[in-house]
Design a protein around this ligand. Structure first.
Ligand code: F6P
Length: 344
């Protein structure tokens, strides 16, 4: 058990915001209150640590601050990406702020870039460093889910269900681009749940083989349209095709005369009220982070594996990008084969 009692801990939210970050802050503050620990919130991600001379960058979070925030998207502490955390000066300044403010432990809610910041900080500051996985991308290794993923998937599904209605009415082909940075977790989950006719992601499509792959795709689209006279939706991962869905629609037109409409869902997937699954995950992880600090843990990410909360070394969480479940990829491949045979 560490001697954290009566000390102060800090929290910040960093990188791409994710629905459920507010719920995580709330849980941290409530759990800390239980242990009589004060929580200092730093604003604007790591920038809040680096520019801490500004009075607006740090604040003792009171219980009144966390009233009515569990259902709010975004993060009331604000978020940012911070290039200075990759410089020695920035890291020294962040460490100095933590020392000056007598902080015993720092909790960062964010994704892999934010956790790399934590790992870099470990060479300059010797307090406890704890990560809570908050990113819609769900790409952190060692945790089944990250905060925000379920909401982002839900938001994209709601949008594509609406696209389906108009696509059906016009028997149109749509290419819908979803977020996920360089991972296909959102793409596959959304594609399957929407009954998309095709999913194009890093895991099943390589731009290097584009000539052969596009030919097959064009044939599939034409066959499907001839046989079924209905809509055809392709869910595509952002950053997969140079220029994204918009450029790929042009390519399909040029290559095979196929008319399709591109729709980039973009940041709509980062906003909105977190779904229950994200509120619960954030609450469990926020409480677990404070318990880990009280127990003297260091350099860990709070994780969920098989519905149980556990700890994973920060190094492991960022070493490899978590791969998409192969069963999910296979399921999409099998569905595609059935669709092509017109068996349903
Ligand atoms: O990491 C979260 C995420 O939303 C990714 O899915 C996306 O690629 C990226 O952030 C977008 O970042 P920004 O909002 O800085 O453009």
């Amino acid at each position: 058990m560490s001697n954290i009692k009566s000390k102060r801990i800090a929290i910040l939210t960093s990188g791409g915001d994710a629905p459920g970050m507010n719920a995580a802050i709330r849980a941290v503050v409530l759990a800390a209150h239980h242990y009589h620990i004060d929580v200092i919130g730093f604003y604007h991600g790591y920038n809040g640590l680096i520019c801490a001379e500004s009075i607006d960058q740090a604040k003792l979070i009171e219980l009144s601050d966390i009233n009515s925030i569990i259902h709010r998207g975004g993060t009331f502490l604000k978020s940012a990406r911070c290039a200075q955390m990759q410089t020695e000066d920035g890291l020294k300044q962040a460490a100095k702020t933590l020392k000056d403010k007598n902080i015993a432990a720092l909790i960062v809610v964010g994704g892999d870039g934010s956790f790399n910041g934590l790992l870099a900080l470990k060479n300059y500051w010797h307090g406890q460093l704890i990560g809570i996985p908050g990113t819609i991308d769900n790409d952190l290794d060692g945790t089944d889910f990250t905060i925000g993923f379920a909401t982002a998937v839900n938001t994209a599904i709601e949008a594509i269900d609406k696209i389906r209605d108009t696509a059906d009415a016009f028997e149109r082909i749509f290419l819908v681009e979803v977020m996920g940075r360089h991972s296909g977790h959102i793409t596959f989950n959304v594609g399957i749940a929407c009954g998309a006719e095709h999913v194009l992601s890093f895991e099943n499509f390589s731009v290097a083989e584009q000539a052969s792959k596009l030919k097959i795709l064009a044939t599939e689209i034409k066959d499907a349209q001839q046989n079924r006279h209905s809509s055809y939706i392709i869910v595509i991962a952002e950053n997969l095709w140079p220029g994204g869905a918009i450029e790929l629609t042009k390519k399909l037109k040029q290559l095979a005369g196929i008319d399709c409409t591109a729709c980039v869902l973009g940041h709509i997937q980062r906003g909105g009220s977190p779904v229950p699954k994200d509120r619960l995950l954030a609450t469990k992880m926020g409480v677990a982070a404070v318990q880990a600090i009280v127990a003297g843990e260091n350099h860990i990410m709070i994780a969920e594996q098989n519905s149980a909360t556990c700890y994973v070394q920060l190094e492991q969480a960022v070493k490899h990008r978590k791969v998409v479940n192969q069963q999910l990829i296979d399921a999409q491949t099998n569905i595609l084969a059935l669709t092509a045979q017109n068996q349903y």
